[in-house]
Write a protein that binds this ligand. Sequence first.
Ligand code: ZN
Length: 290
Amino acid sequence: MKKLSLPAVNFATALNEAISGIGDVSQRQTYQSAFLDAHAIETHYADCATAATLHAQPRVTTLDDPIIIAHLRKSDLMRLYTQYFVPKDKAARRIYEDIKVTANGKCPLCGGVGHVRTLDHYLPKSNFPLYSVMPANLIPCCRDCNSEKLNAFAGAMKDQTLHPYFDHDRFFDDKWIYANVIQSSPPVLEYFVRPPESWDSSHKSRVKAHFDDYGLADKFSVEAAADLPETIQTRRTSMVMSSPQEFSNYLSEKSRTLSFPVNNWRRVMFAALAADEWFCEQEFLESRDN
Ligand SMILES: [Zn+2]
C-alpha cells in the first residue's frame, strides 16, 4: 500500500554477488553461463509486473524439482538465495540489507503497521525459482505479511496483491480503504474496501485481494483500538466544551494533515470518526468502575 522505488541494484549484479559466494569453481561457472542473459529476464519481469501479468508466468509446483534454466534445477536456484544471498557472511548480503532499508523501516504491504524485518519474494521462489535473487522480485516487509503470504500466489490477474515497485500510482494515491464506527463502548473501527467507481473491475478486485490476503481489516482494527483512547481523552479534556461539529472538524483536520499515505489506517480512522455523528456527539464521561 506504499509505493517503493525499484532497488538500485540490478539482477545481473545480484546474481554475480551471489555466485561469487560459491566455493566450487565449476559450479560457479554453471551458474554464470546459465544467466548470460540476465538483463532480458529482468526486462521481461518488469514488463509483466507493469502489465499485472506476472500471474501468467510459468510456475512449477511446490514439490517438483525440474530444470529451470540451462543445467540448473529449481533446487539450485533456491539454494542460490538461501545459501549464497541471505547468509550474513556472504557478499550478496549487502544487497539484501540495501533492499531492506528502502522501505524506511515500515512494511509497504500492510501500510506500515509492521516493521520491516525480512524480504518477501513477490513471486514465491518455490513456484518461480528463476527470480529467486532478482531485486525487483524482493519486497522488504514485516514478519506477519511474509508469513501470511508464504508460497501462495494468485492464479488470475484479479487476485494479485499489489506490487510496491511496479503497480500504478492509483493504487497508492487514490483512497480505497474506509472504516465504519461501531457504536459500542469503547467504539470499534471496522475497515473495508471501497475502490473508486471509475476503476476497472480488475483493479477493484486486486485491492480487495491485497486487503484480504494480508488480513488488513483485523490488523487495522487492532491498531485503531489501541489508538482511539487518546482521541477520547482529548474529547474529555481539552475539547470538552466543543460542539459536535467543532470536534468533527478537528478530526477531519487530523485526517487531512497526517503525513501518511491516503489509505493509512490512522488517516482512515480520523476521517471515519469525523463523519460519524454518533461518535462526535458522545461526551465519553468516565464510567464509575474505571
Ligand atoms: Zn506488513
